[in-house]
Design a protein around this ligand. Structure first.
Ligand code: ADP
Ligand code: AMP
Length: 209
């Protein structure tokens, strides 16, 4: 059974690779960012509370994210394994996760910060199906529209320059210590995350066991 965590800074390509890998392995891609954005756009109480943190690029409080994750992990499709993208993001979240389920593998997406800022400013998302594009490296066939369903693409509010700066700082302060913790547990394989989507995909497959 694959119980995989993808770890790495915002813009490293975790979501892009998770979607491909989920299809290949037949297990769900669980992104807490996507779950929180869906709650925010549905206007639920949790979504409204989370939205303010997300816009600023700060972490949503642990208890809120844990609730949404616990519910998602309880769904039938997650019983055969999962690819977690965006959770855990700090040491406390890793401890909460360990109480719910063991993690077998952590893939660390390693990439220079200078690449991230470009990737994030060029990112566009389909609000209907969640497909992720990049104006430069992964452009849609028709400008501004999703290849799959024609929906006008949007730019995430937290891909603004200011929110990106905050997200990178949060990553360094809260998430990097978590990487050290998983290293001491012997779970981490490093995936160099520069290069094309196909190249990174090949490295991800090679890193899996
Ligand atoms: P994350 O989930 O880690 O925040 P994404 O998967 O959303 O990252 O990717 C961030 C941006 O970079 C998107 O615009 C995506 O299309 C683009 N991207 C992802 N992987 C690559 C890659 N290997 N090379 C170039 N651009 C990429
Ligand atoms: P992502 O889609 O992974 O880039 O996450 C987008 C935003 O959602 C983050 O900047 C946080 O505000 C929030 N978020 C996602 N996952 C978590 C998490 N595990 N803990 C706290 N906040 C999160």
């Amino acid at each position: 059974m694959h119980r995989i965590v993808l770890l790495g800074p915002p813009g490293a390509g975790k979501g892009t690779q998770a979607k491909r890998l989920a299809k290949e392995l037949g297990i769900p891609h669980l992104s807490t960012g996507e779950l929180l954005r869906a709650a925010a756009s549905a206007g639920t109480a949790l979504g409204r509370e989370a939205d303010g943190y997300m816009r600023q690029g700060r972490l949503v409080p642990d208890a809120l994210v844990l609730g949404i994750l616990r519910e998602r992990l309880a769904a039938a499709d997650a019983h055969r394994g999962f690819i977690l993208d965006g959770y855990p993001r700090n040491v406390a979240q890793a401890q909460s996760l360990a109480e719910i389920t063991p993690v077998e593998q952590v893939l660390y997406f390693e990439i220079p910060e200078s690449v991230l800022v470009d990737r994030l400013s060029q990112r566009r998302n389909c609000p209907t199906c969640g497909t992720v594009y990049n104006l430069v490296t992964q452009p849609p066939r028709q400008s501004g529209r999703c290849d799959r369903d024609g929906t006008p693409l949007i730019q995430r509010t937290d891909d603004s320059e200011e929110a990106v700066r905050t997200r990178l700082a949060v990553y360094r302060e809260a998430t990097v210590p978590l990487l050290d913790l998983y290293r001491t547990q012997g779970l981490v394989r490093t995936v160099p995350a520069g290069g094309s989507v196909e190249e990174v995909d090949a490295r991800v497959r090679a890193a899996l066991h």
